[in-house]
Design a protein around this ligand. Structure first.
Ligand code: PEP
Ligand code: MN
Length: 262
């Protein structure tokens, strides 16, 4: 069902007024994790000040260590609901279990399936039974073929609103957090009709190269870029080193704005 041969036209995923996949890049910024209403609302205000319409923020955080901050869970989704109502932004957040699909549908606009859950087939089937837009991230060590098949699970249940997201894969290279596989973008665009975004934060893990990587992603045909922004990254409860502060975000955005549909 995801195959370009079967459906030659691009799928456009609508999130409020934003059309992902319409040929004009879309941008998703926001904190790694929802930490409080104040923190989330501060980022929303910043995003709105740029005329942008989408925000991310993790409520369920699947962390490498069980002792690290695991996210606010349902409370985090409720904070996002409050902030989206106040700001009018479309919000994107990850869930990690099929039991949370219903509450996610009530509180957020796009359900993210993170890299660690790309092959959580019961979760894929559960979001496939809804009509919510889904942002599906590539697994940590998933081939493009496995990634495409994961998306197929969602469409096979009847939900066509899937956005693919390249977020770097594990290789021997240590200079970046993961290796951003930019070649995946044109391959995914050729093989499927789904929109493709690139997460420059979790792929590179390096604020000093996020801007050129974002430009490169757009140059190879990405339908959008995601990056993390936090009001005070030094005290962030997750991904402290790689979230942009507002000043860094201002500089980043000033270089990308001309590409945007906002
Ligand atoms: C995220 O986007 O919050 C995240 C944890 O990313 P990934 O699943 O790609 O590691
Ligand atoms: Mn993060």
């Amino acid at each position: 069902l995801v195959s370009r041969k079967r459906q030659p036209e691009n799928t456009i995923v609508q999130i409020n007024d934003v059309e992902i996949g319409n040929g004009k890049p879309a941008f998703v910024f926001g904190p790694c994790a929802v930490e409080s209403l104040e923190q989330t609302a501060a980022v929303a205000t910043k995003i709105k000040s740029k005329g942008l319409q989408l925000m991310r923020g993790g409520a369920f955080k699947p962390r490498t260590s069980p002792y690290d901050f695991q996210g606010l869970g349902v409370e985090g989704l409720e904070i996002l609901d409050t902030v989206r109502k106040q700001s009018g932004l479309g919000v994107i957040s990850e869930i990690v279990s099929p039991v949370d699909v219903e509450i996610a549908c009530e509180n957020i606009d796009v359900i993210q399936i993170g890299a660690r859950n790309m092959q959580n087939f019961e979760l894929l089937k559960a979001v496939g039974k809804t009509n919510k837009p889904v942002l599906l991230k590539r697994g940590l060590a998933a081939t493009i073929d496995e990634f495409i098949h994961a998306a197929e699970y969602i469409l096979a249940q009847g939900n066509p609103n899937v956005i693919l997201c390249e977020r770097g894969i594990r290789t021997y290279e240590k200079a970046t957090r993961n290796t951003l596989d930019l070649s995946a973008v044109p391959i995914l665009k050729q093989e499927t009709h789904l929109p493709v975004m690139v997460d420059v934060t979790h792929s590179t893990g390096r604020k000093d190269i996020m801007l050129p990587c974002a430009k490169a992603a757009l140059a190879v045909g990405a339908d959008g870029v995601m990056a993390e922004v936090h009001p005070d990254p030094a005290v962030a409860l997750s991904d402290s080193a790689q979230q942009m502060n507002f000043e860094e975000f201002d500089a980043f955005w000033s270089e990308l704005e001309s590409f945007s549909q906002k």
